[in-house]
Ligand binder design. Sequence first.
Ligand SMILES: *Cc1c(COP(=O)(O)O)cnc(C)c1O
Length: 357
Amino acid sequence: MIPVTKSFLPTFEEYSAQIKRVFDNQWLTNRGPLLLELEEKIKEYLSISNIIIMNNGTIPLQIALRLLGKGGEIITTPFSYVATTAAIVWENCTPVFVDINPEFLTIDVTKIEAAITKKTTCILATHVFGNPCNVEAIEYIADKHNLKVIYDAAHCFGVTYKGKSIFEYGDISTCSFHATKLFHTGEGGALFTKDPELFHKCYYSHTFGHLGPIDYHGVGINGKISELQAAMGLSVIPYMAVILNERKKVIDFYLCHLDCEKIKTIKLVDNSNWNYSYFPIIFSSEEILLKAQKFLNDNNIFPRRYFYPSLNTIEYTKGNKMPVSESIAKRVLCLPLYVGLSEIELDKIVNLINSTL
Ligand SMILES: *Cc1c(COP(=O)(O)O)cnc(C)c1O
């Protein structure tokens, strides 16, 4: 079977060596030595000044929305994984969707201002598939209307924009280290903020608010990750160059061999270094997508409809119509992309798709 993705695994010996350290330390969680080491390694790798690693990529979104959303309206994208919208609703805020740009697939900044009301508190946008939003325009609008900016950067490990990590943009950025993501800890995620006061609040929010054993800074939740997961992260991070390089090769193969006259791919923004996190193709109609998907499934190949349906159409959001997002969501398919996908397999995938176009 060829799935849409396979988790990158270090050698069993490498992972065992890290797990041995956990046993030697007899320290399993609560920001232990392996987690602290992983935070340092990631800061160094991404050239960033701060990070709080958490237990997944959704809790940091919830913490960000709890601290900055304040129960108000959140301007957001309908084209993302469901966690982006669910976190807004879960935190008792109201998602207000703004349609996407048809080429970049990120929030259409020309439509944001029309969606702002007195109740708007934040803009929560996704750098979808690792393609940065128009961060300058968003910052300008947010400053003008006194709004906070949260970026769901779940897909963005290693992405830079104008020479610095994309995690450095916005008031808060979040990432996911889920097993299906480029860099992973099995389950895991992170929050980034350059504002020291906000960092302090986020930090205490993810450890029940503890200030020592008996005092509290305020209300908190459990967003901590265990040493066992940090061990996976420490074993995967040395492979980042290999992971990026192998994924690039797969994407170069697709770009070279797919019939790109008949399908569209994502347009990447200038001044950004991409991380090859996904390979979405956009068919001319849902009918052709379904035909291609069935053809691939019949041959034991399982691409995924990331992201379908458009989030404004799910039952609990009751959003306005978003013509661009709804249209793209119906026609987009993410192709298999992982380290170890062979040329023979890629050839098969490409031939099957080209033959349906
Ligand atoms: C994966 C993902 C999340 C959620 O991350 P988890 O680690 O699975 O909680 C949030 N937003 C987007 C865009 C994602 O792709």
